[in-house]
Write a protein that binds this ligand. Structure first.
Ligand code: PDD
Length: 323
């Protein structure tokens, strides 16, 4: 699909998606009501940000850290004992394909694998074939207002299960926490378990004090975020200290800056928490640097993506289910 005057960018509902080996209009894609994703939330997923980056004349469109997303998808699949239906190469081809089929310069690619269709019963069904779904949607620019002035967040006890490291489609706990923030006029809920920071409802949280970025360790209590890993990598490259350690709830009150991060929101400063100012109540100097460095890191990542794709002879569309 190429954007032109006679063929404008399609509405997201007119997008094309991949479902179990076939490309079909998103609006027409159907799965069985017996799909275990529908019945039990028995599935895992990924969301991958795609941006057009680079200098004028040499702009390229690329997914951010695609390899890392598919490594995490594999870990999630292993954790819930669903066989990975595709190889890494096939996943990367599919990602390239779904991006190419849509004209949007910024996209959020969505990937979901469920345990498949079976009579409703809790045990893993014998012989069920995983359902594989890949789609994309336009990713609106992150509002300048949020980048320049930051966002509000509220805190709440983390009431979710103890496998938050699995990127499971069973997201009710997260959905309720996101709505809690919205009902309070905030943009994110920062969750606390036993007096320590875990993560946001759909973001990871970092705390900055005296020039050091602190972020909770990767345990079963939170999702190992690709973006927060990217931030840690960028910071380390730039000589900023990153401390991966348990962060006490009390540290949120004395932080110079607090950041949220995710594929869809990149990195944003939290400027009020439960109505109280964080630091100067403006995105701080460390945030401003990180925001800029993050944009540069996307360019570097895009170059690596194109180098990897260029080196990979397999440009064929993944139209068939892997054996
Ligand atoms: N959510 N923690 C939770 C609970 C999340 O749902 C997410 C991302 C993150 C950040 O992970 P990453 O940096 O890899 O995007 C942390 C995605 C974007 C979503 O569910 O839409």
């Amino acid at each position: 699909m190429i954007e032109s005057r006679s063929n404008p960018a399609p509405d997201w509902q007119q997008a094309t998606c991949y479902l179990n080996g076939e490309w079909t209009a998103l609006i027409d894609a159907k799965v069985s009501v017996l799909d275990r994703g529908f019945i039990f939330g028995d599935g895992v997923y990924e969301v991958i940000a795609v941006d057009t980056v680079g200098a004028d004349g040499a702009k390229t469109r690329a997914p951010f850290r695609a390899n890392e997303h598919f490594a995490r998808l594999r870990r999630s699949l292993d954790a819930v004992r669903i066989d990975n239906p595709l190889s890494l190469e096939q996943w990367l081809d599919l990602t390239a394909d779904v991006i190419d089929r849509h004209p949007w310069p910024r996209q959020l690619v969505y990937v979901q694998v469920t345990r498949g269709v079976a009579k409703r019963d809790h045990p893993f069904p014998a012989g069920a074939v995983p359902t594989v779904f890949v789609s994309t949607s336009p990713w609106p620019s992150i509002p300048n207002e949020q980048i320049e002035h930051g966002v509000a967040a509220v805190t709440h006890v983390d009431e979710r299960w103890l496998h938050c490291d699995i990127k499971s489609t069973s997201l009710l706990g997260n959905v309720l926490m996101k709505q809690y923030a919205i009902d309070k006029g905030a943009s994110e809920t920062v969750m606390l378990r036993d007096g320590y920071l875990t993560e946001g409802s759909s973001t990871n949280i970092s705390v900055i004090k005296d020039g050091v970025i602190s972020t909770p360790p990767k345990t079963v209590q939170l999702l190992p975020g690709i973006t927060v890993d990217g931030i840690a990598h960028i910071a380390t490259q730039r000589g900023v200290k990153v401390d991966v350690r348990p962060v006490a709830a009390s540290e949120l009150k004395t932080a110079d800056e607090i950041w949220l991060s995710s594929s869809g929101r990149e990195v944003l400063a939290i400027v009020t928490l439960d109505g109280a100012p964080v630091g100067s109540q403006k995105p701080g100097p460390m945030y401003c640097k990180m925001h800029e460095w993050f944009q540069l890191a996307k360019q570097e990542d895009a170059r690596a993506w194109h180098a990897q794709r260029g080196a990979s002879p397999n440009k064929s569309h993944v139209g068939e289910r892997a054996a």
